[in-house]
Design a protein around this ligand. Sequence first.
Ligand SMILES: Cc1cc2nc3c(=O)[nH]c(=O)nc-3n(C[C@H](O)[C@H](O)[C@H](O)COP(=O)(O)OP(=O)(O)OC[C@H]3O[C@@H](n4cnc5c(N)ncnc54)[C@H](O)[C@@H]3O)c2cc1C
Length: 422
Amino acid sequence: MRTDDATYYDVVIVGSGFGGLAAARRLRGRGETALLISSTPEHLFQPLLYQVATGGLGREDIAPRTDTLLRRHRNVEVVEGVVTAVDAMPAVLTYRADGRDHRVHYGSLIAATGAAQSYFGRDEYADRTFALKTIDDATRLRAHLRACFDAPVDDAAATTFVVVGAGATGVEVAGQIAELARRHERREVAITLVEGLDDVLPAFGGGLSEYSRRALEKSGVEVLTGSMVTDISDGVVTVNVNDGAATRKIATDTVVWSAGVSASDFAGVLAEATGCYTDRAGRLLVNDDLTVGGVANIYAIGDMTSLRGYPGQSPVAMQQGRHAVDIITRKRAPGSVFHYRDKGSMSIISRGRAVAKLTERITFRGLMAFVAWLGVHLYYLAGVGNRAKAVVAWVRSFVGSARPGFDEVVEAPRPEPARIAG
Ligand SMILES: Cc1cc2nc3c(=O)[nH]c(=O)nc-3n(C[C@H](O)[C@H](O)[C@H](O)COP(=O)(O)OP(=O)(O)OC[C@H]3O[C@@H](n4cnc5c(N)ncnc54)[C@H](O)[C@@H]3O)c2cc1C
């Protein structure tokens, strides 16, 4: 539906990710009028991006249209557009859509624009590496992997893969490329996972990190912890290994970058509009009730914010989205402090191997964690049709050796090795 100049909504939500969607869903059946503006037409289930990249799932399985998901929310309109400016005093924002600017007045604003990739000052890496933040990133990587596996057997750079960052995304990508090579493509490949800290999956720590490292190594992934990538150019990745004890040069066509995040550009726009401070990653240091700076009717949630060290994970964004709506709709008192209810974290490594941490003391690993991972991700995968398709796809890829999404890629011109040339 169109929004013309000077349209008013009680609530405007920016972003259709986990935070924005949870906020919009919370408004169902309430009296407030709401507009959700997002730069993408879909709600993206980012935790499964690596499955699209490695062909376990199709693009449409993890990125349903937001207006379809919200079709029963009669008081919530959805438009595609990029919010570019906010004026806090007359409470009006500007978004760009269809080549022109639109202005909307709001009663309350909820910003949930997420995070972008960070290259720690080496922005040129953006053109030399593959990211995994958007659905296009995932399909681009998938097409590239397809081309790499189709390369002649003596093309070593095509079947050498470097993954930077051993958080959940890096571990999942490295593990899945190994599975793809062994079980689906039946090709010998070299995969190196580089991590600056001393542990794989540092957020899990202890026995779970150790288990994850062993599981990756069993899958054929070389793990370099305490190691930093110091250069990526001319098709070669230079790694400072073991805190400087040695230097490795790895010739490769594929570097997947999953090493850091910075807040989305819109966090900077809001910081300026409200006087809110940001941290080094540009994340808004929001107030305890999720309001921004000194402005009582602007809330920011999810990955674009920093509050009490809460992790950049989907449950935080969703809980914050609901909290902000509850204050706006007076279900909670104004100024109510947000507290995150941590239900634990999990990460998959390979078929039958995963780790889960519910509390510091309740942890599990192996097949049990793998089954729990499947269940939890199915539960949260938005859209019932997608859930059914995911079950079928996972049975085919985890029980059998098919990669339904990977086989769909028919046209994938092999990128030049200069793809990552300096
Ligand atoms: C590869 C990957 C794997 C992950 N795995 C896990 C996991 O296993 N478990 C977990 O809990 N978390 C995981 N996360 C983190 C989780 O996805 C994020 O914490 C969550 O998406 C944050 O939600 P959000 O609403 O803050 O932002 P996002 O979900 O990123 O949504 C941001 C939205 O804002 C829109 N947007 C941006 N700028 C503008 C603008 N100016 N105007 C309009 N719209 C805009 C975007 O289009 C998008 O719709 C993973 C993330 C990635 C990238």
